[in-house]
Design a protein around this ligand. Structure first.
Ligand SMILES: O=C(O)c1ccc(O)c(O)c1
Ligand SMILES: [Mg+2]
Length: 629
């Protein structure tokens, strides 16, 4: 699969864009006229810069308002075209993108447009150039690729072809089966973009909300599968107009773009066996069976606070590492590792972020296959020296630079607890609290990073995203999105903070970056859990009494049940599948907290309760603007 991206997709000055694009692994780049105009060098300089970066210019664009013009406009558009051709020759590209006319003075008529393109094709041919026609979804007369194709077909000129852009076709829900009848040599290039489903004006949607394939809701995979069936083997070029990306990091956006294309190619290959895409085979998305452990980095001085919290939650120390200062606290299938090492990655993580859940381990079917897939998709593998005889667990860098370990039960990794650890007994004897598994891992990230991590998780692991939910914090909005697999053994919630004053934003600011902000454990009986927690001296997060009046009325609950929930600070929610109960710890370590949930069939995350949880937690953190003491 030959990959390309339009310069408009990325922030920065042209040289910076090109560097990021080349570094991300693209083969080609579309030069947007404005990026070229804003640059001080000549077209030759730009061409040289692109080639020096190891890239090919896939096309020059856009050329607007061309076809169907009445005189005297018509003569002028041809003059304009000749000027563009001059630039293209100096740049060193042979393809120009002509987007369908939006001018109110333009005239309709397929044969008129075809005649214009035939003449343009003649002029282009004299210079060895080619012209590609793209139907903008909001074109005045042509807004459907089927009509654009009819014009190209009637123009009947070897130097005139069709440009397909997934956004324009999918935004209008045009039957993509129609693509299959276009001969592959008449498809000059394919542009790709996804977008979230938002009901709005097509032009505005396109110019501000496009995103990388896989990040939005459009069926881009089906679109590419239809193109692959024609035998098309040219470039797939990302053309992403997105306000957020324009302000983002060039390197990160380019890397996301490349990952999205590799992932897309892989999906299409699996779906249709399309050989023309020639994407390197990689293992399938890794099936996650659960969270095997979560590891905290702590300092000697503050380890006690975390351990006291774990004890209060009913965890007991069951093992210690053979050579490292790492203890395992266990309950049900949950393992929490407490790392007090003063060298290595955990200690570096502690130095930057303080006490934090810097690593999680996902149990997959085949850890080395999962690692191979992650690396094929551009994830950064992580290695750290291990002691003699100890296992090296495959790992990749995840959110906030933290680690995602990959372990399985089939390789020697399944013996990690026997090989690297020795049993230990706990001096404390807390009452077990019916906690059986990690229900979900909640990561807080900057809003701009949400799509990056969404693509990271969903491309590597067998998991899907849920619709984004807005959570109202008294200091702003926090966007929340879930990545989960079908059986719920992988549940990651991501909260994107737009400003520092929200609870999530405070966490990022205080922790110097994104990371796991809370861990939710699943209980088999939350009331029994609450009882055990009380016996262990656990402090549940106090919830406003007003909440219980409302929840009783809203769901028609028995007053007896509401009373019990109120006594234990348990929150309630319900969906079409069942009921949900939640309770929280207070915060520690600059905003970290634990949650306990009981699911009685319920599939959500209690989003409606988040506002009450946030209000209660806010009371515990320092008042805004007051410096740490
Ligand atoms: O928004 C536009 O005008 C525009 C221009 C060129 C394109 O290729 C496109 O898809 C959109
Ligand atoms: Mg386009």
């Amino acid at each position: 699969m030959k990959t390309s991206i339009a310069t408009v997709s990325i922030s920065g000055e042209l040289p910076e864009k090109l560097e990021a694009i080349a570094k991300a692994g693209f083969d080609g780049v579309e030069i947007f006229e404005n990026d070229f105009l804003a640059f001080d060098g000549s077209p030759r300089d730009v061409g040289r810069m692109v080639r020096d970066a190891g890239l090919e210019i896939t096309l020059f664009q856009p050329f607007r308002d061309f076809e169907g013009m009445p005189e005297p406009h018509r003569a002028r558009t041809f003059d304009r075209a000749e000027r563009k051709f001059d630039i293209m020759q100096e740049l060193g590209t042979d393809l120009v993108l002509v987007c369908s006319n939006v001018s109110p003075v333009s005239l309709g008529g397929i044969d008129r447009a075809a005649a214009d393109f035939r003449e343009l094709g003649e002029r282009a041919a004299k210079r060895g150039l080619r012209v590609g026609y793209e139907a903008l979804a909001w074109g005045r007369h042509i807004f459907d690729h089927r009509d654009a194709w009819e014009i190209v077909r009637r123009a009947d000129h070897p130097n005139v072809g069709l440009i397909l852009d997934s956004f324009h076709s999918l935004a209008r829900k045009i039957d993509i089966g129609s693509i299959r009848s276009v001969p592959k040599d008449k498809i000059f290039i394919v542009q790709l973009a996804d977008a979230p489903l938002i009901d709005m004006d097509l032009l505005y949607w396109s110019r501000h909300f496009r995103n990388m394939p896989g990040e939005g809701d459009l069926p881009v995979t089906d679109f590419v599968a239809a193109i692959a069936e024609t035998g098309y083997d040219g470039y797939f070029s990302l053309e992403i107009f997105n306000d957020q990306f324009r302000g983002g990091s060039p390197k990160a956006i380019a890397a996301d773009g490349h990952r999205s294309l590799i992932y897309l190619g892989d999906q299409v290959r699996r779906k249709s066996g399309a050989a023309t895409l020639s994407v390197a085979p990689m293992p399938e998305r890794a099936v996650v069976k659960g969270v095997a452990f979560v590891e905290f980095s702590v300092g000697e001085a503050d380890a006690g606070q975390l351990i006291a919290m774990l004890h209060a939650l009913g965890f007991r120390k069951t093992a210690v590492h053979r050579t490292k200062k790492v203890s395992v606290y266990q309950q049900g299938q949950i393992r929490i590792l407490v790392n007090r090492e003063s060298v290595g990655f955990a200690s570096a993580a502690y130095a930057v972020h303080g006490t934090s859940a810097y690593a999680m381990a996902l149990e997959v079917e085949d850890a080395s296959a999962a690692l191979a897939r992650a690396v094929a998709l551009g994830a950064e593998p992580f290695h750290q020296p291990v002691g003699p005889g100890e296992l090296e667990i495959p790992a990749i860098r995840g959110v906030g630079g933290g680690l995602v370990y990959l372990i399985d039960g089939t390789s020697s990794l399944g013996k990690i607890w026997e090989v690297d650890f020795v049993p230990a007994s706990d001096e404390g004897q807390p009452v077990p609290a019916n906690l059986i598994a990690v229900d979900h891992v909640a990561q807080t990230v900057a809003y701009e990073e949400m799509l990056t991590w969404l693509l990271f998780y969903t491309s590597i692991f067998e998991a899907a995203k849920s619709p984004m939910v807005d959570i109202i914090d008294p200091a702003g909005v926090v966007r929340s999105q879930v990545v989960e697999n079908r059986d719920g053994s992988l549940r990651i919630t991501m909260n994107g903070a737009e400003n520092r004053r929200t609870l999530a934003g405070h966490f990022i600011a205080e922790k110097f970056g994104s990371g796991i902000q809370h861990l939710a454990f699943r209980s088999t009986d939350i009331f029994k859990t609450a009882e055990a927690l009380r016996a262990n001296g656990f402090h549940t997060l106090p919830i406003s009494p007003n909440y219980y009046d409302d929840v009783e009325a809203r769901f028609g609950l028995e007053p007896q049940l509401t009373e019990r929930m109120k006594a234990e600070n348990i929150l309630y929610d319900r969906d079409e599948h069942g009921e949900y109960f939640q309770l929280y710890s207070g915060t520690f370590a600059e905003g970290f907290f634990f949650e306990i949930v009981e699911r009685r069939g319920y599939r959500g995350y209690g989003a409606a309760n988040a506002i009450f949880r946030i209000a209660a937690l806010r009371k515990q953190i320092r008042p805004e603007g007051v410096p740490a003491t």
